[in-house]
Ligand binder design. Structure first.
Ligand code: C2E
Ligand code: CA
Ligand code: CA
Length: 593
């Protein structure tokens, strides 16, 4: 029985009783009825509907079975059915139906959107002709239809999760990269901006993650608002964003300037909490700077660091020289890390002498040979180590080395005072003193053969803490020297204020003192105060006979410098000490403590 088909393709209920087919015995008809019932139940359970299409008489029917044995039916023409299909999916469905008319081997298997009960639903239609004429044209096509809307929604939710950042709804890193590749393939110039928030971590730690997340969302909103609709905007990492937009001529500058101008929304100012968040922006241009996307991102990232170094809260454009310098630094740091881990750093010793030119001590100086950079000066690699948290590892290596050398010299009965350079900030680091002391205690070595050389910086930054640390080092048995004295902001009063065993006058004054009165007066002042207070003085960087004589005339007792000896291998020091034995016997005693 046929029903009028509504234009939306809505299935209309059918109340037709399930009559048995005519001309059947009662037994036969009840068996067929039973089979039909099973089929309907199975179709209900699998949530499939049945469809029939008879091309010659142009009828198209869909029947869905319910548990109570009633049915939802759609009866109409092919055109009626087609009318409710989403325009974007129409050609696909038409193509499959059309092809199947003549294609004997194929099946129909197509998913499409269908307007039903005032909403679009995703349907999957499968089927095959079960009757063809002698020319192979389909006379009847039968199959099932299933509503797959839920699966499709789930898929699109998953797809969204895979493509977008869950917190901000911006593109995620992966999607950004693939979109940028497409942009690069098209060749049109675009501007890439790397945005990193300054001070966000503090906001997050102080106000908590909920506020932190809300703040990141507001930054995302700002970027969406301020950039063209066609721009790519992505959350790249925790508080890092990357944007890209096309430009003509120099218009990128206006756009970036605009971002910088509206950075106020990046700025989070809390008067009560002293929290300030700003944005540092790095800019790189495609294809002007590079047409490789990975490199472009690296360039913009590097420019962002430039913006940070220039004081944050602003933007910087990529500069090749700075990038190369940074790359060099990164390579150097990574090699240096390996050298520290694998303990391939070497040490030389520079002797210290008394006024009779007898060796009384030696300073341990670190040496690093890099495969890429060759011999690197400690003036370059030591600050790099310190910047990246490797100062303690180096100090422990140096102390172990000093312990080995001292052990040998003690066994040979020719010990000298071993000076070890220690990064200043380490002395206030908790646990450092114990580790340092253990190196000597475990070997039963007397720590008063070891003099730790530290610079004044730590006394300027945290005077009280440093003073306590200094006392603890000395109580543990180490001797402590203030290195490079006179170079920083320390004044002569430091000599009396802090309990150093030794003051090392910086080499710049020694090299200058015979030419410049100011330096000479300073050297004289230090020597005189130290003599009064009973503190040892070492003049370092003695390069000439005149300097040596002048210092002796002032009453200086310890000397170090190229004039007397350069840094050298331990074996050379050992040899010299053999000839110097008489002096070494009273070395430690002669250093007034
Ligand atoms: P420093 O502690 O002031 O070491 C003295 C530096 O002056 C050494 O340079 C030494 O070779 C150099 N020197 C010695 N006599 C003369 C001289 O007469 N004239 C001139 N022009 N220079 C002289 P080096 O070995 O290049 O070390 C530089 C700095 O690196 C050291 O300065 C020290 O601050 C640091 N350093 C070296 N080894 C270590 C280490 O194991 N640990 C730490 N933390 N720092 C180290
Ligand atoms: Ca030193
Ligand atoms: Ca020094």
């Amino acid at each position: 029985m046929t029903k009028k088909v509504d234009i939306t393709g809505q299935l209309t209920p059918d109340s037709t009783p399930h009559n048995a087919a005519p001309n059947m015995s009662t037994e036969q008809s009840s068996a067929a009825e039973h089979e039909q019932q099973n089929l309907e139940l199975a179709l209900w359970a699998s949530q499939e509907a049945i469809w029939h299409w008879r091309p010659l008489c142009d009828t198209f029917a869909i029947t869905r079975f319910k548990l109570d044995r009633s049915k939802d039916k759609f009866n109409g023409s092919r055109a009626d059915f087609i009318q409710s299909i989403h325009p974007d999916d129409l050609s696909l469905v038409e193509q499959q139906l059309g092809q199947h008319m003549q294609n004997i081997d194929g099946v129909i298997n197509v998913a499409f959107r269908f307007y039903h009960k005032e909403r679009w639903r995703w349907l999957r239609m499968r089927g095959q002709a079960n009757e063809r004429d002698s020319a192979g044209m389909a006379l009847q096509v039968v199959g099932t239809i299933r509503d797959i809307s839920e699966q499709q929604e789930q898929l699109s939710r998953l797809d969204h999760l895979a493509r977008y950042d869950a917190l901000t709804g911006l593109l995620n890193r992966r999607t950004l990269l693939s979109e940028l590749q497409k942009w690069a393939a098209s060749g049109a110039p675009f501007c890439l901006v790397f945005v990193d928030l300054d001070g966000f971590k503090l906001l997050n730690d102080t106000l908590g993650h909920v506020q932190g997340d809300a703040y990141l969302q507001s930054v995302a909103d700002t970027l969406r608002r301020e950039l063209p609709k066609t721009a790519l905007i992505a959350r790249y990492g925790g508080d890092e964003f990357v944007c890209a937009f096309h430009f003509t001529a120099d218009s990128w500058q206006q756009q970036v300037a605009r971002l910088v101008e509206v950075r106020t929304p990046f700025n989070f100012n809390s008067a009560s909490m002293q929290l300030k968040v700003t944005g540092s922006l790095g800019v790189a241009l495609f294809p002007e700077h590079t047409s490789n996307i990975d490199e472009l991102l690296e360039f913009a990232d590097c420019a962002m660091y430039q913006a940070k170094e220039a004081g944050k809260d602003g933007y910087a454009l990529y500069q090749a020289e700075l990038y190369i310098a940074k790359k060099r630094k990164v390579t150097m740091l990574s090699e240096l890390r390996t050298a520290v881990q694998q303990q391939t750093l070497k040490f030389e010793l520079q002797p210290k002498f008394n006024a009779l030119s007898q060796m009384t001590g030696a300073e341990l100086l670190c040496r690093w040979y890099s495969d890429t950079f060759g011999q690197v000066s400690p003036a370059i690699f030591i600050p790099l180590l310190e910047e990246h948290g490797l100062a303690e590892a180096l100090a422990l290596l140096a102390l172990n080395q000093a312990a080995d050398y001292l052990d040998q010299l003690l066994r040979e009965a020719k010990p000298v005072l071993m000076a070890v350079n220690i990064s200043a900030e380490l002395i206030t680091k908790s646990g450092f003193l114990d580790k340092a002391a253990a190196i000597f205690d475990l070997r039963g070595l007397d720590k008063s053969w070891i003099e730790l050389e530290i610079t004044e910086s730590v006394f300027l930054q945290e005077a009280k803490k440093a003073e306590m640390a200094l006392q603890q080092l000395r109580s543990a048995g180490f001797r402590v020297a203030m290195d490079d004295f006179g170079t920083g902001y320390s004044s002569l009063s430091y000599i009396s204020r802090y309990q150093f065993d030794t003051i090392k006058i910086d080499q710049s004054f020694i090299q200058d003192m015979l030419q410049h009165q100011k330096s000479r007066l300073l050297v004289e002042g230090i020597v005189s105060i130290c003599r009064t207070l009973g503190v040892n003085v070492v003049a370092e960087g003695v390069e000439t006979e005149q300097q040596f004589q002048f210092l002796k005339s002032l009453g200086v007792q310890r000397f170090q410098g190229f004039y007397l000896a350069k840094p050298q291998l331990f074996s050379d020091i050992q040899q010299q000490l053999t000839h110097n034995c008489a002096a070494s016997a009273d070395n430690k005693v002669s250093e007034s403590k």
